[in-house]
Design a protein around this ligand. Structure first.
Ligand SMILES: C[S@@+](CC[C@H](N)C(=O)[O-])C[C@H]1O[C@@H](n2cnc3c(N)ncnc32)[C@H](O)[C@@H]1O
Length: 282
């Protein structure tokens, strides 16, 4: 692995360990909001009751824990680079008494499994953060059995995701931060239409298909939305941390003002759109 990739990976591990407490705090809201994306990833993966499933970058447990309930005669291995995030997943699995799950802290591009182990590989909102997207996909293909499905979700275009672009756009206006290079982890790194299809095809996957799924992030108040975002959205929170106190408070008041546009029936509803991509291991 190149030095730059090592640095990115280490930074991601530190950041996600720091944000694990936020993901635990907002677990119910995250399950609700991300539910349609996880359902789509699982649906396209076509699980059987005895499927052996790998969830890469499972974080606080999804979609792996939902998949575990659907494979009562199978098993699910949840993996993530952050021990802190995976610990939240372990606590949830214990609370639900799921008997068929296991947990491994590991890097997506170095999966500690034999060739051809899994019937299904899932990855929801992981690819955008991997230092080497192609290397991670190669590992998913290697550990999948011939005929296995690989099913993933990545965030779509910024314009279709005001839940994040509202703050990121305001941040950019106030700070004139340089645009990050395309290969640096960030929410919209994999958002170009057709990009994931091309990556999946280049990795030798067959019957590759890409579709879009949308839902809303719903909050009762600007304060609740802001607290949620700064607790869970690493790209947003690390961006805000680069601005000084005064600029951060300017950004906050600008965002609160703009949130009025997203008020419907007493709630804030911010569109959230993901690309779901699936392919079959040859
Ligand atoms: C947005 S969270 C997604 C968690 C979960 N899949 C979900 O959808 O709720 C992204 C996850 O990717 C993990 N991650 C980042 N870089 C990684 C890498 N190089 N290898 C494995 N996991 C990584 C993070 O630790 C974090 O848990």
């Amino acid at each position: 692995m190149a030095v730059a990739a090592d640095k990115i990976r280490d930074r991601q591990r530190i950041i996600w360990d720091q944000f694990a407490a936020g993901w635990k705090k907002w677990d119910a809201e995250l399950l609700d909001w991300h539910g349609p994306f996880g359902d789509a990833v699982i649906r396209d993966a076509r699980l059987d009751p005895d499927s052996r499933v790998l969830d890469v970058a499972a974080g606080s447990g999804e979609p792996g824990l939902s998949a575990a309930a659907l494979v009562p005669h199978g098993e699910v291995a949840l993996t993530d680079i952050s021990a802190g995030m995976l610990h939240v997943a372990e606590e949830k699995a214990a609370a639900r008494a799921l008997p068929n799950v296991s947990f491994r802290v590991c890097e997506a591009a170095e999966l500690p499994f034999e060739d051809g182990t899994f019937d299904v590989v899932l990855c929801r909102f992981g690819f955008m953060f991997f230092p080497e997207v192609r290397a991670a996909l190669r590992e998913m293909v290697r550990t999948a059995k011939p005929g296995a499905r690989i099913s993933a979700a990545v965030w779509g275009r910024a314009a279709a995701n005001p839940w994040a672009s509202l703050i990121l756009g305001t941040l950019a206006q106030h700070t004139e931060l340089p645009r990050p290079p395309a290969d640096i982890p960030g929410l919209f790194r994999c958002s170009a239409p057709g990009l994931m299809t091309r990556l999946f095809r280049d990795a030798g996957l067959l019957a590759v298909a890409e579709r879009t799924v949308s839902t809303d992030l719903v909050h009762d108040s600007p304060e609740s939305y802001w607290e949620f975002m700064t607790d869970i959205a690493t790209t947003v929170a690390t961006g805000l941390a680069q601005a000084d106190e005064e600029v951060r408070s300017l950004i906050r008041s600008d965002v609160f003002q703009m949130l009025g546009r997203y008020e419907h029936g007493g709630s804030l509803r911010l569109r959230s759109t993901a690309t779901i991509v699936t392919g079959i291991r040859a």
